[in-house]
Structure formats: C-alpha cells, structure tokens
Design a protein around this ligand. Structure first.
Ligand code: PLP
Ligand code: SF4
Length: 346
C-alpha cells in the first residue's frame, strides 16, 4: 500500500520547524510534528484554538500521569493492526500517517513515529483473514492514522477485498482529511468510495474556525457521493470547552450535512493531559445543547473507559423518582412531573 504522492507539496513543516524553540524541537523529536499549509493558514494568533491543536507543547514531555495505551488496544488486537473490542465491529488500522498530527491524539504513541510506512499487503491480508473467519463482525472501521492518506489505488484494494466478505455489512472510515487537507477529497476519490456502499465517514472537526469554504466543499463532494457524514469531536481544554463554541460548531456542522455523532472525553493518554477537562464540563455542554439547538445537531457525550472496557454515554442528571412519579428538569430548568406505570398491561 502507498501514501498519496502530493502529500509533501501540501506540507509546510520546515518553515515552522525553523522557528521552533529548543523545547518545541525536543517535543517534536518524541511526538512528531506535521502540518499542512492549509491548516497552518487557519491559525490567526499563537495560542488560538487551531494553534493549540497542532503545535508542540513542552507539557507533552512532562506528563507522566497517563498511559501510552490507555484503551488497551494492543491487548485487544487478535492480529497486529486490528482492534476487536465489541462483538460485531472491528477497527482496522490502515495508515500510520495523518496530514496534521494532533497533539492530543489518543494513538500518539505510534502515529507518525519511527517507520511510518503503511501496513504491507501481508499484514493487511492477515487482518482480512481474521475478519473473514469471524462471522460476528458486521461493521469494519478503517482508521489509523488517516486512511485517506493512502492513495486511491490502495483504498480501492482494501475496500474491494473487504466487500468480498459476505458478513461485513457496514464500512466506516474515520478521517480528519476534510478538516486538515480538504483538497484530498477529489471527485476521483468519491467515485471510488461510492462503489462500496453502505459506507459511512466520520470526520473530526473540533472548532468552528475549521468550518471553511474548502472543508465545506470537501464534505459536499462526499455527501453528494451518497456517503452519510458524522463527526467526532474531542473535548479539549482551551480549544472548545465552552457551551458557545460547541453550539456554534455543532450547528455549523449540520449545515454542512455533517451529523454530530460523539463528543469524546479526552482519553488518558500520556503526553496529552494538559488537554483534559473535568467530566462536569462535558455534561455542562450537553445541557447547553439539548433543547437549545436542533436535536439533529446534538451528539452523545462519551467516555472511552480505561482498559478497553468500551464507551459509555453520559447525560446530565435530569430525572428524580418519587414513587410512581418521575420529576424531570427541562432545558429551561422547569421541574415537570411525569406519571409512570408499574408494569405493562396484559
Ligand atoms: C469507538 C470504537 C468502536 C466504534 O464504536 P461505536 O460506538 O460503534 O461508534 C469500535 N471499536 C473500538 C475499538 C472503538 O474504540
Ligand atoms: S487525525 Fe486522528 S489519528 Fe491523526 S493525529 Fe489527529 S487525532 Fe490522531
């Protein structure tokens, strides 16, 4: 498999690297730095929400509060590059590279590190053989790294091999390319993807400043190819941890035909603790969304539990029970009684 060849043109790592402090260089020697010219142009001032997501921060090196692999992904890998945690779905890691390396990445222990060549066909074939031999798998999620950094031919190859497996019903791709390298979304790419429906894409916008004419166009091409688009946002200290930013982001995404799917509590990954927020912050944000903006734009707030135990969705407390009566708190803060029944009628 091969990465896209126009990638180097889009990168402007060197011009940034020259301006780095010694601290930033030492961080980048442990956790690689990579940015596209497009994404760099979204930075308006040092320290803003875009800057924080992509610029090396010395706190990455002093963080020893968390683990390299908090979700025990290695332990849940029946073959390297495949994560099988839930009965009916697997994550297939098809790329070690992204257009921009997010400083909060939960796989920062290996994204862009060392040998970042894509998996060879042999290791892909081993994963596909496992999927083919496991009837319970109905949903395959291509992830990495960013699957859309593979070239069109490699993607076609993977998708067509997956589609020979009868019990695989759904294919999902997780990609940040519409946000960080929107030019990668070409009509040619869409023509390939749409041959493999039902195929879903979850993208990864974290801030309203990432909604631009270019990212809008990339999402439109994908939607017009019949691909339902979802979005997974990571809740990040100093980036998007206010109700007003999240409201603007979620409503803006829906206008792009991107359905907000998850807001993720930060994983406990080493080197990223400075991005963590208290769980109460996520609940406050959900409370500020539900009822206040169209329900179509309200995602689930989830925590991926340590040890690979799975995701749980959290809701703000809004119900108390007194006997058969439930008391709900509405989005306006009113307390409303609702009469429940003890059991269903015969
Ligand atoms: C998040 C995740 C999935 C997908 O979960 P959904 O809730 O179905 O989106 C599957 N496998 C692993 C290992 C995951 O982390
Ligand atoms: S795009 Fe996703 S996988 Fe890549 S660095 Fe960012 S968070 Fe990690």
């Amino acid at each position: 498999m091969r990465y896209i060849s126009n990638e180097e043109k889009s990168s402007c790592n060197n011009s940034f690297y020259m301006q780095f402090s010694d601290d930033q260089r030492s961080v980048a020697s442990v956790y690689p730095f990579r940015i596209t010219g497009y994404y760099a142009d979204l930075i308006k001032t040092p320290g803003d929400a875009i800057w924080r997501q992509c610029m090396p921060d010395i706190r990455e090196l002093s963080d020893d509060t968390a683990e390299n692999d908090p979700l025990a992904e290695s332990a849940l890998s029946p073959v390297p590059g495949l994560i099988h945690r839930y009965p009916d779905r697997v994550v297939l890691l098809v790329s070690n590279r992204c257009a921009v390396y997010c400083r909060f990445c939960m796989r920062k222990r290996h994204i862009g590190c060392g040998d970042d060549t894509p998996p060879d066909s042999d290791s892909l074939d081993r994963s596909l053989a496992y999927i083919a031999a496991t009837d319970s798998i109905r949903d395959v999620i291509l992830s990495g790294g960013d699957p859309l950094l593979l070239d069109d031919g490699s993607l076609y190859d993977i998708l067509s091999k997956l589609r020979t497996i009868r019990h695989v019903k759904i294919i999902r791709i997780g990609t940040r390319v519409p946000v960080t390298l929107p030019d990668r979304v070409t009509p040619e790419l869409c023509n390939i993807l749409k041959q493999f429906h039902p195929l879903f894409i979850n993208t990864h916008f974290n801030h309203p400043a990432e909604i631009t004419r270019s990212s809008h166009y990339a999402c439109s091409l994908l939607s017009d190819a019949g691909i339902p688009l979802g979005n997974q946002t990571v809740l990040l200290n100093g980036v998007n941890d206010t109700p007003s930013v999240m409201r603007e982001l979620m409503s803006g995404l829906l206008e792009l035909r991107v359905k907000p799917y998850y807001i993720h509590q930060m994983d406990l990954v080493r080197g990223a603790s400075h991005f963590r927020t208290p769980v109460a912050k996520g609940l406050e944000i959900i409370r500020a969304l539900r009822g206040h903006i169209t329900g179509m734009a309200v995602p689930h707030f989830v925590i991926d539990l340590p040890g690979g135990k799975g995701k749980v969705a959290l809701l703000p407390d809004q119900v108390e029970r007194e006997g058969d009566v439930l008391y709900f708190t509405t989005y306006r803060g009113e307390r409303i009684a609702y009469g429940d029944i003890k059991e269903t009628r015969e």
